[in-house]
Design a protein around this ligand. Structure first.
Ligand code: SAJ
Length: 426
């Protein structure tokens, strides 16, 4: 099958890198987004998200003419849907963006086309939601056009490399659809391309992220146990991990982002009667910001009321600018609700504003009047801070490190009292 021109719907964290990568591998890409401000930013030669290397790839593709961006799809050989699937207040999957992107393809669908859903979705979305919408075109799936599900599995911060090098799963509604998907992605994927059916591919994606969520939940629960029993969780984990079959992940302020903190809910929603473990893990991770607040309270003698607390980091994980579902924001908010005067600095989004607490445009500004420093996101620039130099920026002499990012003895030598998450003694 020949893929000369494809349409990618959704130019976010996945759609945009995918569009740039296809375009730089010889396929003409129409990038579609229904948000006019994203189209304008791209047409003006900028990009709206931070991801290492992405700007160059996208701008080169735009300049070469292999990528064009617009508000609606047009006829093409293949359509890739890469729009967000967040959850609603009640934790049920919000499929509106997927539905509307699929609807927008219908008038342009032609015989021989391939449609691929990449968005993380509840099991059976491809066969039960996507196919019926596309068949409103009057064409028959599996006979006139092909449909596949191929989850993105790339790690924010390493998207461009992982897109090319990771193994890629392609689940077809039939064998021909899976094969067509393989031909399409083989334009740039160097990892193995594994073919299966659409629902298996959906489950693979959900299982991967759920597996990680459950494993982080146990690390977080261990941190609470360590705190209760007066040991150092970081030391305990490093020793336990010497066992050849044990690999405990890192505790921290919780699990955020638009993937791991969301996807397990799709399984809980799809089968609540048989997913108590997955559900509990979600609850454990979602409540970890409360444990952070308890740690801060005990570090400050029982109360945070009227205490000036400088928060370092608000993104959902180190060295990314994404603040969606961030547990750091939740912890900052809970501290403010407990009466603390919170000033937070997020170096990747210094201009972001928050309802419940103040944000600072610089590290200096965040820490200049603080009583305590709360280290919430292990950005490299925070980990590399020199405690001697840092002590000149702030009157605070107590730091609470939730990510094990600072060496206790160096910070102590610089005059700080160091409290770590999951460590009873300072
Ligand atoms: N986290 C911990 N402790 C750890 C590891 C992570 O608390 O030991 C936290 C992070 O700080 C963050 C959250 O978990 O808040 C998730 O971070 P992550 O780096 O584990 O994963 P994501 O959400 O950035 O990307 C995941 C990846 N999935 C897996 O590793 C199984 C990625 O491969 C997926 O493509 C991505 O979700 C996605 O888009 O679904």
């Amino acid at each position: 099958m020949k893929f000369e021109k494809i349409c990618i719907l959704g130019l976010g964290y996945i759609g945009l890198p995918t569009a740039g990568t296809f375009a730089s591998h010889g396929i003409r890409v129409i990038g579609v987004d229904n948000n006019p401000s994203i189209i304008k930013v791209l047409q003006d030669g900028n990009i709206h998200i931070f991801e290492p290397g992405l700007k160059d790839v996208v701008l080169n593709a735009l300049k070469s003419g292999m990528l064009t961006v617009q508000g609606a799809p047009e006829p093409a050989d293949a359509f890739i849907i890469a729009v967000p699937t967040p959850f609603k207040e009640n934790k049920l999957a919000d499929m509106r963006a997927v539905e509307s992107a699929t609807h927008s393809i219908v008038p342009h669908l032609r015989k021989g086309n391939l449609v691929v859903l990449e968005s993380t979705s509840p099991p059976q979305t491809t066969i039960k939601l996507i196919v019926p919408i596309l068949e409103r075109s009057g064409l028959k799936a599996g006979q006139d056009f092909m449909v596949a599900y191929s989850p993105e599995r790339v790690l924010p911060g390493k998207i461009l490399t992982e897109l090319i090098e990771n193994a890629r799963v392609i689940g077809g509604i039939d064998a021909a659809s899976a094969e067509a998907g393989k031909e399409l992605y083989a334009h740039f994927v160097k990892g193995n391309i594994i073919l299966t059916d659409a629902t298996t591919a959906e489950m693979v994606k959900l299982m991967e992220n759920t597996y990680r969520d459950v494993n982080i939940a146990i690390a977080n629960e261990f941190s609470r146990l360590a705190d209760r029993f007066g040991i150092d969780i970081w030391e305990a984990i490093s020793i336990a991990n010497l066992h050849p079959r044990v690999k405990i992940l890192n505790p921290g302020p919780g699990v955020g982002g638009h993937c791991i903190s969301v996807d397990p809910w799709f399984l809980v929603e799809a089968a609540p009667d048989i997913t108590p473990l997955i559900h509990t893990a979600r609850k454990v991770n979602d409540s970890q910001p409360h444990f952070v607040v308890e740690t801060v309270k005990s570090a400050l003698g029982g109360s945070v009321s009227k205490k000036q607390i400088a928060v370092l980091g608000l993104s959902y994980k180190p060295d990314v600018d994404d603040i969606r579902e961030s547990p750091a924001i939740e912890a900052a908010k809970l501290l403010a609700e407990a009466g603390a005067l919170v000033k937070a600095f997020e170096p990747f989004k210094p201009e972001a504003k928050f309802d419940k607490f103040q944000s600072a445009r610089s590290l200096q500004d965040a820490v200049k009047d603080s009583d305590a420093i709360l280290f919430l996101v292990g950005h490299a620039q925070f980990k590399q801070l020199d405690p001697e130099e840092f002590s000149k920026l702030t009157p605070a002499r107590i730091v609470i490190d939730t990510v094990n990012g600072w060496d206790k003895s160096t910070w102590r030598s610089a005059g700080f009292k160091v409290i770590k998450l999951g460590v009873k003694k300072a």
